[in-house]
Write a protein that binds this ligand. Structure first.
Ligand code: NAD
Ligand code: DAU
Length: 353
């Protein structure tokens, strides 16, 4: 029998990739896609499914309890997959309040609504599950050695990661206190189609194609652990199906790279494609991010061992696929960097992006 998925934040980068993956892999699935359409939400990401009767888009806020109650009444979802969030660390440094509202209060609101609809006395309706899409940033920063496991203590540093950690603790509390069936997934940095160009990889691609400076924070030797977005989406589906209630699953593909390596890899591929004016001369080392985490690295052993998940797209192919996607979707990119993006870019970096 087909299941109903309430996906929040499904017009954003990972959420829209998830909706597209889900509907292509599961013909009998129904998706209720709730998204506020902030600057990061974009219905163009969902063009392929906007006419699909299995996909119902609702513009709205996860903090709106009345709206959520109505959605649960009308659609009785089996799964809640909460992607909705303010997601950019730099924006959280300049204005933390909206991060607390959406990421913490919004999660609380979704949990309350799910609990009201799914709890029956001391038990829970069969087949229901709440999945919180979290991040490796809740673990803080690593030194040169070691990896984040699910047992690593939470030690967030930015307002963004602190708000995500607070949300995780609320989700855990609903499991520990009420027995609510929940999972938390903590993934490393994603890249791929539809990522908003405030994030490193699409920002560098966009600036390269416009021959603009490439801002690298500090020495560029910070390390992130990159995963192709479709691999993340497949992992979430596995956790929804087979994740043990109450458990946390880390998601990552052992693909640690310095930021400067990423920037140079993008330059190098563009040069191979014939963009001769793109060169390392465009790189500008700019002031470092405040409280910048030095290194992230995920130990994904648990999800591999217990659920059989493995990454499928290696970085060398994934980065080429991603660059090619942005180049062949230049209308998408042109649209998202018009208007408000330019004011953001001016405030964050000075100049045009
Ligand atoms: P994104 O910023 O691209 O998308 C966020 C989406 O949430 C947007 O469509 C936005 O309109 C929507 N939204 C924001 N506030 C809302 C609200 N109050 N109500 C309803 N919708 C709202 O983010 P993303 O990169 O796709 O990240 C999705 C989730 O995955 C986030 O929870 C993030 O913390 C987590 N995550 C991201 C990464 C990454 O590398 N991008 C890695 C691990 C985890
Ligand atoms: O690790 C998962 C997290 O990855 C997610 O939880 C976040 O939602 C997501 O935004 C991402 O956070 P990061 O801060 O790691 O991603 P970002 O793309 O902003 O930056 C990646 C690295 O590149 C980081 O070390 C900062 C650096 N950077 C970023 C930008 C935008 C630069 O050097 N220059 C830049 O202009």
């Amino acid at each position: 029998m087909g299941r109903t998925y309430l996906v929040t934040g499904g017009a954003g980068f990972i959420g829209s990739n998830f909706v597209l993956t889900l509907l292509s892999q599961r013909p009998d699935a129904k998706v209720i896609n709730l998204d506020k359409l902030t600057y990061a939400g974009n219905l163009r990401n969902l063009e392929r499914v906007m006419e699909d009767p299995r996909h119902v888009f609702i513009k709205g806020d996860i903090c709106d309890r009345e709206l959520l109650d109505g959605i649960f009444r009308d659609h009785d979802p089996d799964f809640v997959v909460n992607f909705a969030a303010e997601s950019h660390v730099d924006r959280s440094i300049s204005d933390p309040s909206v991060f607390v509202r959406t990421n913490v209060l919004g999660t609380g609101c979704l949990l309350d609504t799910s609990k009201a609809a799914w709890q029956q006395g001391d038990s829970w309706r069969e087949g229901k599950k709440y999945l919180q899409v979290s991040t490796d940033e809740v673990y803080g920063s690593l030194g040169a050695e070691g990896f984040f496991t699910e047992e690593t203590p939470l030690d967030p540093h930015s307002p963004y990661s602190a708000s995500k950690a607070a949300a995780d603790l609320l989700v855990k509390a609903y499991h520990d206190t009420y027995g609510m069936p929940v999972n938390i997934t903590r993934c490393s940095n994603n890249y791929g189609p539809y990522q908003f160009p405030e994030k490193l990889i699409p920002l560098i691609i966009n600036n390269c194609r416009n021959l603009r400076e490439l801002p690298v924070y500090g020495d560029g030797m910070q390390i992130r652990d990159w995963l192709y977005v479709e691999d993340h989406c497949r992992a979430i589906l596995m956790v929804l199906d087979r994740g043990v209630p109450g458990q946390v699953y880390n998601i990552g593909g052992h693909n640690e790279r310095t930021n400067i390596f990423i920037v140079k890899a993008i330059i190098s591929h563009l040069r191979e494609l014939g963009f001769e004016e793109v060169s390392e001369g465009l790189i500008r080392h700019v002031a470092d991010r405040k409280g910048h985490d030095r290194r992230y690295g995920i130990d994904p052993a648990k999800i591999g061992r217990e659920l059989g998940w493995q990454p499928e797209t290696m970085f060398e192919q994934g980065i080429i696929k991603t660059i090619d996607w942005y180049l062949s979707n230049d209308a998408w990119l042109d649209e998202v960097v018009s208007g408000d993006y330019q004011s953001y870019y001016q405030r964050q970096y000075g100049g045009r992006g």
